[in-house]
Design a protein around this ligand. Sequence first.
Ligand code: UDP
Length: 223
Amino acid sequence: MNAEGTRHLLDLARATGASFFLASTSEVYGDPLVHPQRESYWGNVNPNGVRSVYDEAKRYAEAITFAYHRAHRVDTRVIRIFNTYGPRMDPFDGRVVTNFVRQALAGEPLTAYGSGEQTRSFQYVDDLVEGIVRYLDVRHPGPINLGNPDEFTMLEPARLVLELTGSASPLVFEPLPQDDPRQRRPDISRARELLGWEPRVPLREGLARTIAAMRAGGIPSEA
Ligand code: UDP
């Protein structure tokens, strides 16, 4: 879908004169050897590993978007979204924030994969939306990183979720998935400069809002 769908939509944009906005991802950086990641970094992606269908499809999506911009003058914009969380996520999507909150509220163990020392930079959804809306008014092909540069190990959201929920759940360690990136943190200089944007919601506050929303929605049991 990331490959075929992008191509079809680019053809449509070209035929109708529409603008095209690509939601790319920090996954294009793979398991990055450069830290933090600027847009100029080409990434370190395993081309045939377990994450590769997603990673490479997104890299192809960027490639073809830039090709249409250059060859067919389509008005394109590309953002690279770093880990984003917030209310109304699927509690069973398997992502770390939803897992931890769901587990804490259900009184189940919080599952940290590997040593839990790998890092991510968590962006609250409202900050992402603000960045996207600002970019709509700026004619620049990108790519532009949109993420929160505050970097945490997985132990930190686990600790915060336990504190904010008041849960007595233990933390358990499970095997690290293959090709799990060790670190990830955006350099957002370009977004600051072009969009006058930076994230405003710290992790503690975003988690509190997410927990409140998941509480209000009730904790569904797995189908
Ligand atoms: N993770 C974890 N426990 C979980 C789910 C994920 O420790 O229950 C880890 C995962 O191994 C990764 C990090 O949390 O290092 C972020 O995982 P997620 O799937 O949320 O995002 P992504 O790996 O795509 O950045």
